[in-house]
Design a protein around this ligand. Sequence first.
Ligand SMILES: [Cu+2]
Length: 315
Amino acid sequence: MTKTKQLIFMGAAVALTAFIGVQHAVAKTVHVTMTAMEKDVVIDNKGTKYPAWTYDGSIPGKVVRVTEGDTVDFTLINPKENKNSHSIDFHAAEVDVLDEFAGVKPGESKHFTFKAKRVGLFMYHCGAGPMVQHIARGMYGAIIVDPKAYTADYPKPDREYVLIQSQFFPDAENVNAMLENSGWTNSLINGKIFNYDPVHDANATKVLMSKPGERVRIFFVNANINMPVAFHPIAGIWDRVYQNGSPKNILHDMQTYGVPVAGASTFDIVSPADRSTNVAIVDHTMSAALRGAITILMNRPDADPTLGKGDNILP
Ligand SMILES: [Cu+2]
Protein backbone atom coordinates (compact mmCIF):
# COMPACT_ATOMS: atom_id res chain seq x y z
CA MET A 1 0.00 0.00 0.00
CA THR A 2 1.39 3.43 -0.95
CA LYS A 3 1.48 6.20 1.62
CA THR A 4 -1.39 8.04 -0.15
CA LYS A 5 -3.53 4.92 -0.19
CA GLN A 6 -2.72 4.35 3.47
CA LEU A 7 -3.84 7.86 4.30
CA ILE A 8 -7.08 7.46 2.33
CA PHE A 9 -7.70 4.14 4.04
CA MET A 10 -7.09 5.62 7.49
CA GLY A 11 -9.30 8.60 6.70
CA ALA A 12 -12.11 6.30 5.60
CA ALA A 13 -11.73 4.26 8.77
CA VAL A 14 -11.91 7.36 10.95
CA ALA A 15 -14.98 8.61 9.05
CA LEU A 16 -16.66 5.23 9.36
CA THR A 17 -15.96 5.06 13.09
CA ALA A 18 -17.34 8.56 13.53
CA PHE A 19 -20.41 7.62 11.50
CA ILE A 20 -21.05 4.51 13.59
CA GLY A 21 -20.53 6.58 16.74
CA VAL A 22 -23.06 9.16 15.61
CA GLN A 23 -25.50 6.45 14.60
CA HIS A 24 -25.26 4.95 18.05
CA ALA A 25 -25.85 8.26 19.79
CA VAL A 26 -28.92 9.21 17.73
CA ALA A 27 -32.08 8.37 19.58
CA LYS A 28 -34.57 6.33 17.63
CA THR A 29 -38.31 5.81 17.68
CA VAL A 30 -39.34 2.31 18.62
CA HIS A 31 -42.81 1.30 17.48
CA VAL A 32 -44.59 -1.10 19.80
CA THR A 33 -48.09 -2.45 19.30
CA MET A 34 -49.86 -4.74 21.73
CA THR A 35 -53.27 -6.33 21.48
CA ALA A 36 -55.21 -7.14 24.63
CA MET A 37 -56.34 -10.76 24.40
CA GLU A 38 -58.70 -12.49 26.79
CA LYS A 39 -57.83 -16.11 26.19
CA ASP A 40 -56.90 -19.39 27.84
CA VAL A 41 -53.19 -19.91 28.34
CA VAL A 42 -51.14 -22.77 29.78
CA ILE A 43 -49.78 -21.97 33.24
CA ASP A 44 -47.73 -25.07 34.07
CA ASN A 45 -45.54 -27.73 32.48
CA LYS A 46 -48.31 -30.29 32.25
CA GLY A 47 -50.63 -28.12 30.18
CA THR A 48 -53.18 -26.77 32.66
CA LYS A 49 -55.20 -23.97 31.08
CA TYR A 50 -56.31 -20.79 32.77
CA PRO A 51 -58.64 -18.01 31.53
CA ALA A 52 -56.03 -15.30 31.27
CA TRP A 53 -56.08 -11.69 30.22
CA THR A 54 -52.95 -10.95 28.24
CA TYR A 55 -50.96 -8.68 25.99
CA ASP A 56 -50.69 -10.47 22.64
CA GLY A 57 -51.83 -13.80 24.06
CA SER A 58 -48.97 -14.65 26.39
CA ILE A 59 -48.04 -14.29 30.06
CA PRO A 60 -45.97 -12.20 30.42
CA GLY A 61 -46.31 -9.77 27.53
CA LYS A 62 -43.36 -9.31 25.21
CA VAL A 63 -40.17 -7.66 26.41
CA VAL A 64 -39.91 -4.07 25.21
CA ARG A 65 -36.29 -3.03 24.87
CA VAL A 66 -35.09 0.46 24.01
CA THR A 67 -32.04 2.62 24.57
CA GLU A 68 -31.90 5.67 26.81
CA GLY A 69 -33.33 8.64 24.93
CA ASP A 70 -35.41 6.59 22.52
CA THR A 71 -39.04 7.43 21.93
CA VAL A 72 -41.52 4.63 22.39
CA ASP A 73 -44.39 4.96 19.94
CA PHE A 74 -47.03 2.74 21.47
CA THR A 75 -50.43 1.46 20.36
CA LEU A 76 -52.76 -0.66 22.47
CA ILE A 77 -55.54 -2.43 20.59
CA ASN A 78 -58.55 -3.74 22.49
CA PRO A 79 -60.50 -5.92 20.05
CA LYS A 80 -64.28 -5.73 20.11
CA GLU A 81 -64.48 -9.44 21.04
CA ASN A 82 -63.08 -8.65 24.50
CA LYS A 83 -65.44 -8.14 27.42
CA ASN A 84 -63.30 -5.72 29.43
CA SER A 85 -61.53 -2.43 29.13
CA HIS A 86 -57.75 -2.70 29.27
CA SER A 87 -54.90 -0.25 29.49
CA ILE A 88 -51.16 -0.07 29.87
CA ASP A 89 -49.01 1.54 32.53
CA PHE A 90 -45.34 1.70 31.58
CA HIS A 91 -43.28 2.34 34.69
CA ALA A 92 -40.61 3.74 32.35
CA ALA A 93 -42.91 6.57 31.21
CA GLU A 94 -43.43 9.98 32.78
CA VAL A 95 -46.81 11.00 31.42
CA ASP A 96 -50.40 11.57 32.63
CA VAL A 97 -52.07 8.66 34.38
CA LEU A 98 -55.50 9.97 33.32
CA ASP A 99 -54.47 10.33 29.68
CA GLU A 100 -51.88 7.87 28.37
CA PHE A 101 -52.69 5.20 30.94
CA ALA A 102 -56.49 5.51 30.70
CA GLY A 103 -58.65 2.48 29.97
CA VAL A 104 -59.40 1.43 26.40
CA LYS A 105 -62.86 0.00 25.75
CA PRO A 106 -63.40 -3.12 23.61
CA GLY A 107 -63.39 -2.11 19.96
CA GLU A 108 -61.13 0.88 20.60
CA SER A 109 -57.41 1.53 20.56
CA LYS A 110 -55.03 3.98 22.13
CA HIS A 111 -51.87 5.53 20.78
CA PHE A 112 -49.28 7.56 22.67
CA THR A 113 -45.58 8.22 22.76
CA PHE A 114 -43.11 8.72 25.55
CA LYS A 115 -39.41 9.28 25.79
CA ALA A 116 -37.46 6.67 27.76
CA LYS A 117 -35.25 9.10 29.65
CA ARG A 118 -34.18 6.95 32.57
CA VAL A 119 -32.06 3.85 32.28
CA GLY A 120 -33.25 0.74 34.05
CA LEU A 121 -35.59 -2.19 34.21
CA PHE A 122 -39.25 -1.35 34.54
CA MET A 123 -42.54 -3.19 34.82
CA TYR A 124 -45.50 -2.52 32.61
CA HIS A 125 -49.01 -3.69 33.40
CA CYS A 126 -52.69 -3.15 32.80
CA GLY A 127 -54.25 -0.56 35.07
CA ALA A 128 -57.91 -1.08 34.17
CA GLY A 129 -60.19 -1.76 37.11
CA PRO A 130 -60.03 -3.88 39.09
CA MET A 131 -56.31 -3.54 38.56
CA VAL A 132 -55.56 -6.39 40.95
CA GLN A 133 -57.46 -8.75 38.67
CA HIS A 134 -55.94 -7.49 35.44
CA ILE A 135 -52.42 -8.02 36.78
CA ALA A 136 -53.24 -11.33 38.46
CA ARG A 137 -54.74 -12.67 35.24
CA GLY A 138 -51.57 -11.95 33.32
CA MET A 139 -51.38 -8.41 31.98
CA TYR A 140 -47.80 -7.46 32.78
CA GLY A 141 -44.34 -7.46 31.29
CA ALA A 142 -40.93 -5.82 31.30
CA ILE A 143 -39.44 -2.83 29.55
CA ILE A 144 -35.65 -2.53 29.53
CA VAL A 145 -34.13 0.89 28.97
CA ASP A 146 -30.48 0.19 28.13
CA PRO A 147 -27.77 2.79 28.67
CA LYS A 148 -26.19 4.22 25.53
CA ALA A 149 -22.99 2.29 26.18
CA TYR A 150 -21.51 -0.39 28.39
CA THR A 151 -18.88 0.71 30.91
CA ALA A 152 -16.55 -0.84 33.48
CA ASP A 153 -19.33 -0.37 36.03
CA TYR A 154 -21.90 -1.92 33.73
CA PRO A 155 -20.02 -4.43 31.58
CA LYS A 156 -21.52 -6.20 28.60
CA PRO A 157 -22.82 -9.55 29.85
CA ASP A 158 -22.26 -12.86 28.08
CA ARG A 159 -25.90 -13.86 28.49
CA GLU A 160 -29.11 -12.15 29.49
CA TYR A 161 -32.35 -13.53 30.82
CA VAL A 162 -35.64 -11.91 31.78
CA LEU A 163 -37.47 -13.50 34.71
CA ILE A 164 -40.84 -12.17 35.80
CA GLN A 165 -42.48 -13.62 38.89
CA SER A 166 -46.17 -13.46 39.72
CA GLN A 167 -48.70 -14.95 42.07
CA PHE A 168 -51.19 -17.40 40.60
CA PHE A 169 -54.79 -17.17 41.77
CA PRO A 170 -56.65 -20.16 40.29
CA ASP A 171 -60.07 -18.54 40.81
CA ALA A 172 -59.79 -15.84 38.16
CA GLU A 173 -63.05 -14.20 39.25
CA ASN A 174 -62.34 -13.98 42.98
CA VAL A 175 -61.08 -10.41 43.24
CA ASN A 176 -61.51 -10.45 47.00
CA ALA A 177 -59.09 -13.36 47.39
CA MET A 178 -56.56 -11.43 45.31
CA LEU A 179 -56.95 -8.38 47.53
CA GLU A 180 -56.70 -10.38 50.73
CA ASN A 181 -53.82 -12.51 49.41
CA SER A 182 -55.76 -15.58 50.45
CA GLY A 183 -56.39 -17.40 47.21
CA TRP A 184 -53.01 -17.84 45.61
CA THR A 185 -51.72 -21.36 45.18
CA ASN A 186 -48.57 -20.97 43.11
CA SER A 187 -45.86 -18.70 41.79
CA LEU A 188 -45.38 -18.26 38.09
CA ILE A 189 -42.01 -17.56 36.52
CA ASN A 190 -42.50 -16.12 33.04
CA GLY A 191 -46.06 -17.39 33.19
CA LYS A 192 -45.54 -20.95 34.36
CA ILE A 193 -45.16 -22.83 37.65
CA PHE A 194 -41.57 -24.17 37.87
CA ASN A 195 -41.08 -23.01 34.29
CA TYR A 196 -37.33 -23.72 34.30
CA ASP A 197 -37.02 -26.29 37.07
CA PRO A 198 -36.82 -29.96 36.11
CA VAL A 199 -35.57 -30.68 39.64
CA HIS A 200 -38.92 -29.89 41.26
CA ASP A 201 -41.19 -30.60 38.31
CA ALA A 202 -40.67 -33.73 36.23
CA ASN A 203 -42.66 -32.11 33.41
CA ALA A 204 -40.31 -29.13 33.12
CA THR A 205 -38.18 -29.22 29.98
CA LYS A 206 -36.42 -25.85 30.09
CA VAL A 207 -33.52 -24.42 32.09
CA LEU A 208 -31.38 -21.33 31.78
CA MET A 209 -27.85 -22.03 30.60
CA SER A 210 -24.43 -20.44 30.55
CA LYS A 211 -20.83 -21.51 30.21
CA PRO A 212 -18.60 -21.58 33.30
CA GLY A 213 -17.19 -18.14 34.00
CA GLU A 214 -19.68 -16.23 31.88
CA ARG A 215 -21.35 -13.12 33.20
CA VAL A 216 -25.08 -13.78 33.23
CA ARG A 217 -27.42 -10.85 33.68
CA ILE A 218 -30.87 -11.56 35.04
CA PHE A 219 -33.50 -8.88 34.51
CA PHE A 220 -35.96 -9.62 37.30
CA VAL A 221 -39.41 -8.09 37.67
CA ASN A 222 -41.70 -8.68 40.64
CA ALA A 223 -45.23 -8.79 39.20
CA ASN A 224 -46.67 -10.30 42.37
CA ILE A 225 -49.95 -8.92 43.64
CA ASN A 226 -49.00 -8.58 47.30
CA MET A 227 -45.64 -10.15 48.09
CA PRO A 228 -42.08 -8.83 47.93
CA VAL A 229 -39.46 -11.21 46.54
CA ALA A 230 -36.24 -12.30 48.29
CA PHE A 231 -34.18 -12.94 45.17
CA HIS A 232 -31.35 -15.37 45.82
CA PRO A 233 -29.11 -17.71 43.80
CA ILE A 234 -28.71 -20.97 45.71
CA ALA A 235 -25.08 -22.09 45.36
CA GLY A 236 -24.13 -18.72 43.95
CA ILE A 237 -23.67 -15.07 44.92
CA TRP A 238 -24.84 -12.03 42.99
CA ASP A 239 -21.65 -10.44 41.72
CA ARG A 240 -23.57 -7.21 41.24
CA VAL A 241 -27.10 -6.04 41.80
CA TYR A 242 -28.25 -3.01 39.88
CA GLN A 243 -31.15 -1.62 41.87
CA ASN A 244 -34.00 -0.81 39.51
CA GLY A 245 -31.67 -1.95 36.73
CA SER A 246 -29.71 1.28 36.74
CA PRO A 247 -25.92 1.21 36.26
CA LYS A 248 -25.83 4.08 38.77
CA ASN A 249 -27.21 1.90 41.57
CA ILE A 250 -24.62 -0.84 42.13
CA LEU A 251 -24.36 -3.29 44.98
CA HIS A 252 -21.62 -5.92 45.16
CA ASP A 253 -21.42 -9.50 46.44
CA MET A 254 -25.03 -9.87 47.50
CA GLN A 255 -26.68 -13.08 48.73
CA THR A 256 -30.33 -12.02 48.75
CA TYR A 257 -31.87 -8.86 47.50
CA GLY A 258 -35.42 -7.68 48.05
CA VAL A 259 -37.56 -6.64 45.13
CA PRO A 260 -40.81 -4.92 46.06
CA VAL A 261 -44.14 -5.49 44.37
CA ALA A 262 -44.07 -3.72 40.99
CA GLY A 263 -40.32 -3.28 41.33
CA ALA A 264 -37.45 -4.69 39.33
CA SER A 265 -33.70 -5.06 39.58
CA THR A 266 -30.93 -6.47 37.46
CA PHE A 267 -28.69 -9.21 38.84
CA ASP A 268 -25.27 -10.31 37.54
CA ILE A 269 -23.93 -13.72 38.41
CA VAL A 270 -20.53 -15.07 37.37
CA SER A 271 -20.23 -18.76 38.10
CA PRO A 272 -16.86 -20.44 38.70
CA ALA A 273 -14.83 -20.67 35.49
CA ASP A 274 -13.07 -23.93 36.37
CA ARG A 275 -16.04 -26.27 36.78
CA SER A 276 -19.62 -26.93 35.81
CA THR A 277 -22.23 -25.93 38.35
CA ASN A 278 -25.95 -25.63 38.83
CA VAL A 279 -27.50 -22.64 40.55
CA ALA A 280 -31.11 -22.47 41.70
CA ILE A 281 -32.37 -18.93 41.36
CA VAL A 282 -35.21 -18.59 43.82
CA ASP A 283 -37.53 -16.34 45.69
CA HIS A 284 -36.20 -17.44 49.08
CA THR A 285 -39.62 -16.67 50.53
CA MET A 286 -40.41 -20.33 51.02
CA SER A 287 -44.11 -20.11 50.28
CA ALA A 288 -43.21 -18.76 46.84
CA ALA A 289 -40.16 -20.92 46.08
CA LEU A 290 -41.84 -24.22 46.79
CA ARG A 291 -44.93 -23.18 44.86
CA GLY A 292 -43.07 -22.51 41.64
CA ALA A 293 -40.49 -19.74 41.99
CA ILE A 294 -37.33 -21.77 41.36
CA THR A 295 -35.26 -21.46 38.18
CA ILE A 296 -32.27 -23.64 37.39
CA LEU A 297 -29.24 -21.99 35.81
CA MET A 298 -26.90 -24.66 34.42
CA ASN A 299 -23.29 -23.64 33.90
CA ARG A 300 -21.50 -26.09 31.63
CA PRO A 301 -19.10 -25.96 28.70
CA ASP A 302 -21.65 -27.30 26.22
CA ALA A 303 -24.33 -24.75 27.14
CA ASP A 304 -26.75 -24.02 24.31
CA PRO A 305 -25.02 -21.15 22.47
CA THR A 306 -28.35 -19.54 21.52
CA LEU A 307 -29.85 -19.27 25.01
CA GLY A 308 -29.66 -15.86 26.63
CA LYS A 309 -28.30 -14.26 23.46
CA GLY A 310 -29.75 -11.59 21.17
CA ASP A 311 -33.54 -11.64 21.30
CA ASN A 312 -33.60 -15.03 23.02
CA ILE A 313 -33.68 -13.63 26.54
CA LEU A 314 -37.11 -14.84 27.61
CA PRO A 315 -36.97 -18.54 26.68
CU1 LIG B 1 -56.46 -5.40 31.43
